[in-house]
Design a protein around this ligand. Structure first.
Ligand SMILES: [Zn+2]
Length: 278
């Protein structure tokens, strides 16, 4: 069953909410994805909290040097750039267990959550989503990007609760830390990439809790070199390009949601309208 399931991440524009404009993720970037890249001001590390509901999913054998599997996923990103801390670990806990609407997640804390109900404007085939908020900025090297100010990662326990696992077998289950490593890539601002061996490939194959060299290069280019890179198959950087201009307005506050789907179809939805399925 699992071998038949290809998970495709899709770009999805969340429904309008109050003062926030929804993101038109724009025309294809250099990787052929419809995505405007994002970026944080990291400081001493982002305080991404973990829902206390995950605690009971861990067994003692899951811990490495005192870190649970979700913290190990964060450590993987922390180690991508020497001397850099993207995420504060160990995580603080958040006790939020349910929100009815996606906009409610834009609260005083950022978290990795289990949602036991799902949202009208998000596919029931989504395993997890990353929802982000930020301001549209432009940079000479980076082009137009989203200056991120808030984001959350939300797992769909309503539809996949019985299949999520910290120890999946080869034949059953979705590995939660694998999904989290991928979602953390979105959280940090990365788009999907289907042309390279990458944790940001738009589909789930099997357990993959570590980054590939390409992922490390991409995140280093974004945060250290302030550019978007592309590499050939042998791993050499062949081009660096600014992202394609979209119709976003400079300084505009935008929100967006990226779904990681399980039905093998990629839906592009812009401003509430489905524009492309493949
Ligand atoms: Zn994705």
């Amino acid at each position: 069953m699992k071998s038949l399931i290809i998970l495709i991440g899709i770009f999805f524009i969340s429904a309008c909410k109050q003062e926030t404009q929804t993101v038109n993720l724009g025309p294809a970037n250099i990787n052929g994805n419809s995505c405007t890249i994002g970026k944080w001001t990291i400081g001493s590390g982002l305080n991404l909290k973990m829902s206390s509901e995950f605690q009971s999913d861990f067994t003692s054998g899951d811990f490495i040097n005192g870190l649970n599997p979700l913290e190990q996923a964060a450590k993987e990103w922390n180690q991508a750039i020497s001397g850099n801390t993207f995420f504060q670990i160990p995580f603080s806990n958040t006790s939020v267990t349910s929100y009815n609407g996606l906009s409610e997640f834009r609260d005083h804390e950022m978290g990795i959550y289990k949602s036991h109900q799902w949202f009208n404007n998000v596919s029931s085939n989504a395993l997890a989503i990353t929802q982000f908020y930020g301001y549209v900025r432009s940079d000479n090297q980076l082009g137009q990007y989203i200056d991120l100010i808030h984001a959350d990662i939300i797992f769909n326990y309503r539809d996949f609760g019985s299949e999520f696992s910290m120890q999946p077998t080869a034949f059953f289950g979705y590995d939660v830390p694998t999904i989290l490593v991928h979602e953390m890539g979105h959280f940090l601002g990365l788009c999907h990439d289907s042309t390279h061996t990458s944790i940001m490939r738009p589909y789930y194959i099997t357990t993959q809790r570590t980054l590939f060299n390409y992922d490390k290069t991409k995140i280093t280019d974004l945060y250290v070199n302030n550019r978007i890179s592309s590499m050939n198959k042998s791993g050499s950087v062949i081009s660096a390009s600014i992202s394609t201009k979209s119709n976003l307005k400079e300084g505009e506050l935008v929100s967006g949601t990226i779904e990681y789907k399980s039905n093998g179809k990629c839906h592009h939805i812009i401003n509430g309208k489905q524009v492309y399925v493949h």
